[in-house]
Design a protein around this ligand. Structure first.
Ligand code: 13P
Length: 255
């Protein structure tokens, strides 16, 4: 019904040569492992995108993506990269709304909605991240926070446009901390997200949207997380930098 996606987010790691060699390993190890409705996405720094997209050619279930793009189409924005420039590398996905961008770079809902629009216009599928801080979880505000992030970032889209969105629930307190949301905690939020989509669009759109979990996901905890009814894969940070760990996570769907 909906695609199972394991996406790697390399963040600001790996020089050019290290990135090419990691991606080559990943392609060789996963090419016979991904089948049916499974999909693997590697979101690298911009410098690797064209080369790894070339390496992914001929592997229809392996795609590449950026980790950001700018909220304007082109022009005098020194140092920024547009969605159309990302598309020109051969990449087909872009992570938007990651908490590291929200927190360190002050990206808010309005800016993110502009990025989402431009990404879609350029033919990219946004992997749109939502998630609460520890304080917001402990004060029971997490449903409200996630609803607001969805409303500001993606719920302005039409039914048709929304079908190109992948969502990722990444609790901020679980990112890079070794603390993972329990399968029950994650499932509770994933079900909430799916209900919000159904309420805003309809059940068919909700049932066909892939919602990934991210936050200290590794080969040990991925099987329990991915077996939850509303978890459709993972957005993997640290463990995506080791080919063996990343491929173990990809293989969870074959077990
Ligand atoms: P970690 O897997 O390193 O916790 O990172 C998760 C993440 O932020 C993926 O986007």
């Amino acid at each position: 019904m909906r695609r199972k996606i394991v996406a790697g987010n390399w963040k600001m790691n790996l020089d050019y040569q290290q990135g090419i060699s990691l991606f080559s390993e990943i392609i060789n190890m996963v090419k016979d492992e991904v089948r049916g409705d499974q999909h693997v996405v590697v979101c690298s720094p911009f410098i690797h995108l064209h080369a790894i997209s070339q390496l992914a050619k001929g592997h229809p279930r392996v795609s590449t993506g950026a980790q950001n793009c700018y909220a304007e189409a082109a022009g005098a924005y020194t140092g920024e990269i547009s969605a159309a420039q990302v598309t020109s590398t051969g990449a087909t996905y872009v992570i938007l709304g990651h908490s590291e961008r929200r927190i360190y770079f002050g990206e808010d809902g309005y800016l993110l909605s502009k990025k989402v629009d431009l990404a879609l216009k350029s033919g990219l599928s946004p992997i749109f991240c939502v998630g609460e801080t520890l304080e917001e979880r402990e004060s029971d505000q997490y449903f409200d926070v996630i609803r607001q992030q969805l409303e500001a970032g993606v719920f302005h889209l039409s039914n048709e446009a929304f079908k190109n969105i992948i969502l990722a629930y990444e609790p901020v307190w679980a990112i890079g901390t070794g603390l993972t949301a329990s399968p029950q905690q994650a499932q509770e939020v994933h079900a909430f997200i799916r209900n919000e989509i159904a309420a805003h669009y309809n059940q068919e759109v909700a049932d066909s949207t892939s919602v990934l979990y991210g936050g200290s996901c590794n080969p040990g905890n991925a099987p329990d997380l991915f077996s939850q009814a509303d978890i459709d894969g993972g957005l993997i940070g640290g463990a995506s930098l080791k080919s063996r760990d990343f491929v173990e996570i990809v293989k969870v769907y074959n077990a």
